[in-house]
Design a protein around this ligand. Sequence first.
Ligand code: SF4
Ligand code: SF4
Ligand code: SF4
Length: 156
Amino acid sequence: MIAWVSKHYKVKENPLIAEIEQHLPQTQCAQCGYPGCRPYAEAIAKGEAEINLCPPGGDETIKNLAELLHLEIKPLEKEATEKRVAWIDESKCIGCVLCIKACPVDAIIGATKQTHTVINSECTGCDLCVPACPVDCIEMLNKDELQEKIKQLHQG
Ligand code: SF4
Ligand code: SF4
Ligand code: SF4
C-alpha cells in the first residue's frame, strides 16, 4: 500500500535542485559542509545555504549560481587550500578496504588483505579516507611532500 501511495502520489522534486547541482563540480568532497554536491544543492534550493561554500568550484561556481538564482556574487567563504592528496604507507596497510568505502570518487585501488594505493590524479583532497583507516596509515600531502615520499621510496 505504501509503495502504491508513493508511486501514485509521488512528491515532485524541486527542479531547481538539479539545475543548481549541474553547476557543482561533483567531487563529493564535503568541503561545503554537506555530505556531497546533491545535499548542498538541496540546501541552496531551500534557501538554507549560501552559494559561496564550494572551494573546488571557486569563483566560477559562485558566478554561475548567482546568475541562476539572481543573487549577488559573494567571495568564497573558505579559501581553497593548497591542493593535497592522500598518501598510503603501504608497509602499514592491512588491506581492510575501509578507505575505499570512504572515498567518494574511487581514487583508491586495492583488494581485501592487499595493500592499497591512491590514484593521485583522481584524489580531490577531501580527507574523508583519513579517519576511516584503523591503523592511521593515510596522510595528506602537498606536492612537495609527495615528491619527497616518492624519492625516499626509490632510495629505500
Ligand atoms: S564542496 Fe563543492 S564539490 Fe565538494 S561536495 Fe560540496 S558542492 Fe560538491
Ligand atoms: S583518496 Fe581520500 S582524500 Fe582522496 S578523494 Fe578519496 S577519500 Fe578523498
Ligand atoms: S583503511 Fe588503511 S589499512 Fe585499510 S585498506 Fe585503507 S589504507 Fe589500508
